[in-house]
Design a protein around this ligand. Sequence first.
Ligand code: PCA
Length: 314
Amino acid sequence: MACASLLPAARAQTVWKLATGYRAESFHGENLQQFAADAAAGPGGLRIELHPNNSLFKLNEIAPAVRAGKLEAGETIMASLVKDMPVAGADAVPFIVRSYADARRMWRHQRPVIEAKFAAAGLKVLYAVAWPPQGLYTQKPIARAADLRGGRMRTYNRTTERIAELMGASAVDVPMVEVGKALADGRIDSMITSAVTGVENRVWDHVRHYYEINAWFPKNIVFAGETAFKALPAPAQRSLMNAAEAAEARGWAASERAAVTSVDELRRRGLKVEPIPPDLLTDVKRLGERFSLEWVREVGADANYIFVPYFTQQ
Ligand code: PCA
């Protein structure tokens, strides 16, 4: 009896490792720190040790490592999971989600599908937070997609690779934390990412134009291994899920704020910030349609569970 009553206290000392491919100082990173603090402060007090910046596992290795039980939890960009989970690419289909309101609605419809896929893979979804809208950075001014032909566009997953390909640029894979260096080394001359990522990598010395094309709103997803989660005592599970719910709400608000302040910062640093030129808009809409068709073909019926309610409901 004495032993059994000691058990919960002993288990409360559990320490989890959580790996991410992004920096601790980013808004996602700050949110993660608060999430870890909340999880530790709640009843059952789970300690989560954060390993940012690809330091423990590289971005693309994080989900497989959590599945294999090499660590308890991780954060990755959802669309990077498309190889094993095609439906995870829904939020990176270009020109479907055009605002934060759209992005929130998309997540609402996507969440049950994603949770089921994660569960089937032995993973538990904790929370997801959108990146600010994806804009186009270029060295030279551009008017249409053809102006990107022959250039070297930085990509960060299969979806962005396909977009570069459709635009006629060659895709150069560069992790988020190496973008500044890749630009400085002349390995890339354009990229589609958020204003916040441009600021974090101080891109102003290398690119001159930022087009607010709002192409898509990718999300980071924070998850745990189902086995690790189930091994937690009930109070720790509840504290973790409460912390996750708070992190999701806080993270989306932080993302929306960062979207505004980072565009201001790009402007202040001398980038020419412009809306999407009309010819480019026509081109990218066409590419968006083509991409959506390819995506639905690849994903099959699961695509309906997300896109049908997304297009037909609030
Ligand atoms: N920044 C990350 C993903 C999306 C974004 O805005 C990156 O560029 O890798």
